[in-house]
Design a protein around this ligand. Sequence first.
Ligand code: MG
Length: 297
Amino acid sequence: MAKLAVIDLAESSYSNQNKDLLEASRYCGCFRVINHSVPGSLQSEMKAAVKDLFDLPDDVKRRNADVIHGSGYMAPSPKNPLYEAFGLYDAASLSDVDAFCSLLDAPSHVRETIKTYAESLHKVIVDVATKLAESMGLKDQNFSEWPCQFRINKYNFMQDSVGSDGVQIHTDSGFLTLLQEDECVGGLEILDPGSGSYVEVDPVPGTLLVNLGDVAKAWSNGALHNVKHRVQCKAATPRFSIALFLLAPKDDKVEAPAAFIDSDHPRLYHSFKYEDYRKLYQSTGLQAGEALSQLLI
Ligand code: MG
C-alpha cells in the first residue's frame, strides 16, 4: 500500500507543511489533504447526488455534451467497458454548474448539492495550488481564474471483471486533480517511484487526494512529478469517485515562470495552449506522459 504524505490545510504554520507539500509533489506527485473545509456531510450528499445522475436514462446523460474536447459524458467504450463518466466544464463558474444541472433536469436538492460542492472544492484546489506555488517561492500566483473540470466517475464493476482494468495507466493532463474517492471500494493504484511498481492507494474517508498532472510538470520546468496511475477492479461492487481538475491558465499559454529557469535549469518545454495539448493527449492516446515528451525543446 502506498504511504502518502498528509498535508493539513488548516495548519497555521506552513513552513513544515510547505516542505512536505513540495517534497511529495516533486517525488511522488500525489498526497492527501486533511482539514480541507469540505464537510463530510456534503461529501456524502454529493455521492448520493452522483448516484442519481448515473440512474438517468441514456438519452438524458448524453445531453452532457463536450464543451472542450472530451469534457462531456463518456459512455462505456470498447477501451474502457466498465467505465462511465459525466464531465462539467467550467466547474469554477457557478453559471456553468447551473447549466450542467439544467441539461440533466436535476431536481432542486441535487442542484443545490452540486453547486455547494463545486464552490467548496474549487476553494480547496485553489488553496492547494497557491500553497504549492508558495512552496516554490512564487507568492503572486492567482489560480482562482484557471478553468476547472469535474469528472464524475462510475466503475460498473461486476464479478467477471475482478482483476481487470477499470481505467488504464495514465497521467492527468491538467495541473492538479482533487479527488473524492469511493469511501468503500478501493482500486486506485499509483506508480511508486521507489519500487517502480504500482501500489494501492486505499481510501481514507473524509480526506481528499491530490494528484499532479502533465501541466504541473511543464509549468514547473520538470520539477514537479506527474504521477502515473490506474484503477483496478478489486471487488464486484460499483465504484464512484469525483475528480476536480484545475487545468491550466485561462486564455494563456502553459509556460514555466522565469523564476524556474537559470543556467543550471534551462527551459525544457515549448510553451503550449492547454486545449491544444488536451487534443494531442486525447487523440493520440499518448496518455501516460508521452504526449508531454513531444513538447520537449
Ligand atoms: Mg486520472
